[in-house]
Design a protein around this ligand. Structure first.
Ligand SMILES: NC(=O)c1ccc[n+]([C@@H]2O[C@H](COP(=O)([O-])OP(=O)(O)OC[C@H]3O[C@@H](n4cnc5c(N)ncnc54)[C@H](OP(=O)(O)O)[C@@H]3O)[C@@H](O)[C@H]2O)c1
Length: 260
C-alpha cells in the first residue's frame, strides 16, 4: 500500500513532532507533510529541519490540502478545534487523540469520512513504534508500518486493551527506578545502578523480541529462573506478595478509563 502523498497534522505537539521526524528522516517515507503552526516552536524547528514541511496557520487549509488528516490535539480542546472544520466525504482522518470516542469524533467531524484511531508511541521517531489502530485500515497501517509496526485491532475491545497495555511505560521505568533506588539504599552508587539496570532491561526486552512467537513470556520467565534459584525466588515473592495483583488491578483501572 503506497503512503499518502500529503499528510496533514492538526496539532503540532510532541507526538506530531515524533511522527513527522519518523516519516521524514532519510530516506523519507512521504513526499510532503503539512502541519498547523501551533506549537510555533515545534513547527518552526520541523520546517527548518525538513524542506518537505509546509506550515499553515489555518487548520482548514490543512484539511483542504491533504488526502489524510491526522488529528493530534489534546482531548480537552478536540471538539472546539474539530467542529468548525469542513471535511470531505470519503476523506481519510486518523485521530491519535486519547480517551475520545469514535462516535464523538464522527459527530464533530460531521462528514462521511474514513476515520481510524491510533495510539502512536514516542518511538515512532526512530521508526521503532508499535501502533495500535482501529478499525483495520490499509492506509493507516501503511503509515504506521513506515514508523515501525502497526497492529490492526479487529474490535474496539482489542484496541482498548492495547491502549491499557501502553499505559505500562511509566511502570516499566518505575520498576527500573525502584530497583536502582533499592540498590542505592543498600550502598551502590546510583550511577552504577543505572549503568547496570538499563542494559539488563534492554537485553531482556531484546530476548523477548527475538524469541519465536511460540515462546510465551512465562516460558522465558522459567528459562531465566533456575529451579530453586534466586530469580525463581524473586518472582515467587513478587507474584505471591501482591505484585502481580497490583499490576492487573492497575491495568483494570486504565481499561475502565479508556473504554468509557
Ligand atoms: N505524547 C504522546 O506520546 C502521545 C501518544 C499517543 C497519543 N497522544 C495524544 O495525542 C494528542 C496530542 O498529544 P501531544 O503529547 O502531542 O500534546 P501536546 O504536545 O500538548 O500537543 C498538542 C498540540 O495541539 C496544539 N493546538 C492547540 N490548539 C490548537 C488549535 N486550535 N489548532 C491547532 N493546534 C492546536 C498545541 O499548540 P499550543 O502549544 O500552541 O497550544 C500543541 O502543539 C493528545 O490527545 C494525546 O493524548 C500523545
Amino acid at each position: 500500500m503506497p503512503l499518502p502523498a500529503k499528510i496533514g497534522f492538526i496539532g503540532t505537539g510532541s507526538i506530531t513532532d515524533a511522527m513527522v521526524r519518523g516519516l521524514l528522516v532519510e530516506p523519507a517515507a512521504v513526499p510532503h507533510v503539512m502541519m498547523s503552526q501551533r506549537s510555533a516552536d515545534v513547527s518552526a524547528k520541523l520546517a527548518a529541519d525538513f524542506p518537505q514541511v509546509l506550515v499553515s496557520i489555518d487548520n482548514q487549509a490543512i484539511v483542504d490540502g491533504c488526502d489524510t488528516v491526522m488529528l493530534a490535539i489534546r482531548p480537552q480542546i478536540a471538539e472546539e478545534v474539530i467542529r468548525p472544520l469542513l471535511f470531505r466525504d470519503g476523506q481519510k482522518v486518523i485521530s491519535v487523540i486519547a480517551a475520545t470516542s469514535r462516535p464523538n469524533l464522527l459527530e464533530w467531524i460531521g462528514a462521511d469520512v474514513l476515520l481510524t484511531q491510533a495510539i502512536p508511541l514516542p518511538f515512532v521517531e526512530r521508526r521503532k513504534g508499535v501502533t495500535a489502530i482501529y478499525p483495520p485500515d490499509a492506509n493507516t497501517a501503511a503509515i504506521f508500518n513506515a514508523l515501525g509496526t502497526a497492529v490492526e485491532c479487529a474490535t474496539k475491545v482489542e484496541y482498548d486493551l492495547l491502549a491499557s497495555a501502553s499505559a505500562l511505560m511509566g511502570t516499566y521505568f518505575g520498576i527500573m527506578h525502584r530497583a536502582t533506588e533499592w540498590l542505592a539504599e543498600n550502598g551502590l552508587p546510583e550511577e552504577k545502578g543505572r549503568a547496570y539496570i538499563a542494559p539488563l532491561f534492554a537485553e531482556l526486552s531484546e530476548t523477548a523480541l527475538l524469541a519465536g512467537k511460540d515462546t510465551k513470556f512465562l516460558d522465558l520467565s522459567r528459562e531465566f529462573a533456575t529451579k530453586g534459584g534466586l530469580n525463581e525466588q524473586a518472582f515467587l515473592d513478587f507474584d505471591g506478595k501482591g505484585g502481580s495483583g497490583a499490576l492487573k488491578q492497575a491495568l483494570n483501572r486504565v481499561l475502565e478509563r479508556v473504554s468509557t
